[in-house]
Design a binder for this molecule. Structure first.
Ligand code: NAD
Length: 352
């Protein structure tokens, strides 16, 4: 029998095709009258659609969100919301846009409503990061977690095919590590297994039919479950590897998760057999590391660090950084073995 502590945080989730139409109602729920809509330069047209839905309750569209939340962008966004007399933010986009909203929430103590358009999962977490002077400062504070999340699968129909696949694998990584988290519990394990199952099956379908509305819905449902796991449990070696490779070598976020997950699972396989069995069951193929590689091959995602721009001369430094401040992990994190894992991932070799 497993002993555990389970804590639930209040977050309202509105899910369904066309659910973005409920945005005005969500503002009512929170008593908001003057919100700033945040988005990336690429998604400004979508931001304007949200602004149109809100009419004079929207004080502007701020389309400056970029990857890694640079501190100067965050400061400018805080100024923009103050200048406009905003009382909250609506973030419509992926992890970069929601990350900018979190930086505003942290500095200006304003509530966020999120409409995620990728599967990255930031909308369900208290995790934030701001980058200054080449360093990513990360933190955890439930004040930055969105108060209301609208999941509308139609918003993901425009997601490019490659990002659909890698972003889905990014979400699977949250759930996979949740299954062996030191603070895990049976409720989050149910969510994790179901999240992996829903995503693996939906991504396979989306590979053939990118605009299949049911598959888009299933993928977003899976992403929500995986994101809930990420927000509530401690992540291990895989997330440490990805934060190091993304933060210090500027590798693309979703791709690096996609490449690294089979290798991190192979490293942990013997120390977390029950988690591995559940991952394999959810994928419908196993053992877990090989099953993920197979899924990746079927989805046509990148399979080596070399392919996504990692320089070979950076592998030693990456191994040093990973062991300096390791995350909790079922198997002790040893420098020599991490270096070997990185070499295999660099080459795209068999993870086992
Ligand atoms: P992203 O938000 O950077 O988006 C990538 C690109 O895709 C952007 O140009 C964006 O405008 C575009 N895009 C997004 N959705 C689209 C859609 N439906 N249609 C067309 N284009 C679309 O990518 P991401 O992977 O969602 O987020 C990555 C960032 O989020 C990283 O910085 C990562 O660290 C952060 N993140 C944070 C958490 C957290 O809990 N704090 C969790 C996951 C990711």
């Amino acid at each position: 029998m497993q002993s555990f502590v389970h804590e639930s945080r209040a977050c309202r989730v509105v899910f369904g095709r066309g659910a973005r139409q409920h945005l005005p109602r969500e503002l009512d729920q929170l008593g908001l009258r003057r919100v700033l809509v945040l988005t990336t330069p690429e998604q400004v047209a979508l931001g304007r659609q949200m602004a149109d839905l809100l009419g004079d309750r929207c004080v502007g569209v701020y389309g400056e969100a970029v990857m890694h939340v640079p501190a100067d962008v965050a400061r400018a966004a805080v100024e923009a919301v103050h200048r406009a007399g905003g009382d909250g933010c609506v973030a419509v986009g992926g992890g970069s846009t929601i990350g900018l909203a979190k930086a505003i929430a942290l500095n200006a103590d304003l509530p966020i409503i999120a409409l995620p358009t990728t599967y990255a999962g930031s909308e369900m977490t208290p995790l934030y990061a701001i980058t200054e002077g080449g360093l990513k400062h990360a933190g955890r504070d439930w004040r930055v977690a969105p108060r209301s999340v609208i999941y509308d699968p139609d918003l993901t129909l425009t997601l490019p095919q490659s990002l659909t696949m890698t972003s889905g694998m990014n979400a699977i990584a949250h759930a996979a590590e949740g299954l062996y988290a030191s603070d895990g519990n049976p409720v989050y394990s149910l969510m994790a297994e179901e999240g992996i199952r829903a995503l693996a099956s939906a991504l396979t379908c989306l590979k053939r039919a990118p605009t299949d509305a049911d598959a888009r819905g299933d993928a977003l449902y899976g992403a929500w479950l995986c994101a809930t796991v990420l927000g509530n449990l401690q992540m291990g070696l895989h997330h440490k590897l990805c934060h190091t490779l993304g933060g210090s070598f500027n590798l693309p976020h979703a791709e690096v998760h996609t490449v690294m997950l089979p290798y991190a699972l192979a490293y942990n396989a013997a120390s977390a057999p029950q988690a591995m069995a559940r991952i394999a069951r959810a994928l419908g193929r196993g053992p877990a590391p090989a099953g993920l590689r197979e899924l990746g091959a079927a989805l046509g995602v990148p399979r080596s660090l070399r392919e996504i721009g990692m320089p070979a001369h950076g592998l030693d430094r990456a191994a040093d950084l990973v062991v300096q401040t390791p995350y909790p992990n079922p198997r002790p994190i040893e420098r020599g073995q991490v270096r070997e894992l990185l070499q295999r991932a660099y080459e795209g070799a068999d993870p086992a």
